[in-house]
Design a protein around this ligand. Structure first.
Ligand SMILES: Nc1ncnc2c1ncn2[C@@H]1O[C@H](COP(=O)(O)OP(=O)(O)OP(=O)(O)O)[C@@H](O)[C@H]1O
Ligand SMILES: [Mg+2]
Length: 345
């Protein structure tokens, strides 16, 4: 490639921060969906917004991509103010929406052509860029197949290609791998990482998946109820959460064990369900014998025990008091089903 996605099209200096939010707020009636959020994303950074359903992730993305007007506060993207210069913002960003938005009655190439025409990319340049982005996502050999016959992963890759057509400086990915199987998700991660590393494209993505945020992101903002409750590198988020996590897989009722553990001052973050009981202790090796003594005294049958360092999920529980899956509930299942149906159309 000569011009690369993410490279400045003019000789102008790249801003040090690709995205700056200042007290950004969105209110729908009485509901404050995004509550005076401030953070910045460095140029070339891969940044994640991690949070449960309804946390406000898409609302933030929609405001930053000028699809939604903020109630108050401000944001600057690639040096352009979202309120004062929305057209310049749009010219410098690519968006991959949470809900699939391809025309399945067109081929992959036709979908890209349609988008390029909307962006006023002239014919010769259009052809060149379409060939480039198809090769980035390895869909060149499927370019003339109807999208209807693409797999879910191929459709998502085509959407990523479409988001890259005008060489965005900043790429917004709202739930890039929602509803995809583990293998496809992994390959999408590789594309995202490659784009970020090879072309220095600043990427901001939203996700429910801890492992996705952990694997991909340089820094993560954990968002809950419209507020950023933590922001750091995955390693530092985990390091800031001291202790070891013990998980017991048990048989029979464990209510009495939970009640006793709750009385122990050094036992924290007790989470139970599906026959397993997890909690945090200051030092696993030292505390396990005492735990075993308690388990034995109460006559609880333990099938297996594991001891591990905290994960991002543990950090999330620590910060919000509940697991991300608990908060997902039925809405998330419904959303998955909606996504799956769309992909199959
Ligand atoms: N147009 C709207 N009108 C009214 N309420 C809205 C609107 N858009 C979003 N909301 C509400 O704002 C809150 C934040 O929604 P948002 O879609 O930003 O969450 P999210 O973190 O993206 O969730 P998900 O993980 O389900 O995609 C939710 O309570 C949602 O119901
Ligand atoms: Mg969303």
């Amino acid at each position: 490639m000569t011009d690369r996605p993410g490279e400045p099209k003019t000789g102008s200096d790249k801003p040090a921060d690709a995205i700056v939010l200042t007290d950004l707020k969105k209110q729908f009636g009485d509901l404050v969906a995004v509550d005076k959020v401030s953070f910045s994303v460095k140029s070339g950074e891969l940044f994640g917004l991690l949070g449960p359903n309804g946390a406000g992730k898409t609302t933030i993305i929609n405001m930053l991509t000028t699809l939604l007007i903020p109630t108050s506060g401000d944001a600057v993207i690639a040096g352009f103010d979202i309120r004062k210069d929305p057209d310049s913002v749009r010219n410098n960003i690519g968006i991959i929406f949470q809900d699939p938005s391809l025309d399945i009655g067109l081929t992959g190439r036709e979908n890209l052509e349609f988008h390029a025409i909307m962006y006023n990319i002239e014919a010769v340049e259009r052809k060149k860029r379409i060939a480039e982005v198809l090769s980035v996502v390895q869909l060149a050999d499927k370019a003339d197949t109807l999208v209807e016959y693409y797999s879910g992963g191929m459709k998502r890759r085509l959407e990523i290609a479409r988001g890259l057509l005008h060489y965005p400086k900043v790429l917004f990915l709202d739930e890039p791998t929602l509803g995809l199987d583990a293998q496809t998700r992994r390959s999408i991660w590789d594309y995202i990482r490659n784009l970020n590393r090879e072309y220095q494209t600043t990427v901001i993505l939203t996700t429910h998946y801890m492992e996705e945020a952990n694997f991909l992101c340089d820094r993560i903002a954990i968002i809950d109820h419209g507020k950023i409750i933590a922001l750091d590198t995955p390693a530092d988020l985990k390091a800031g959460y001291q202790g070891d996590v013990i998980t017991l897989v048990t048989e029979g009722p464990v209510d009495h064990l939970i009640a006793r553990l709750e009385e122990v001052s050094w036992v924290q973050e007790i989470v139970s369900g599906n026959g397993s009981l997890s909690f945090t202790v200051p030092c696993g090796e030292e505390n396990l014998p005492e735990i075993f003594h308690l388990v034995h005294t109460l006559g609880v049958t333990v099938r297996s025990v594991s001891l591990r360092k905290p994960s991002l999920e543990d950090v999330f529980i620590h910060l919000t008091g509940s697991t991300i899956r608990e908060q997902d509930g039925t809405r998330r299942a419904a959303m998955r089903e909606k996504f799956r149906r769309r992909m199959m159309r």
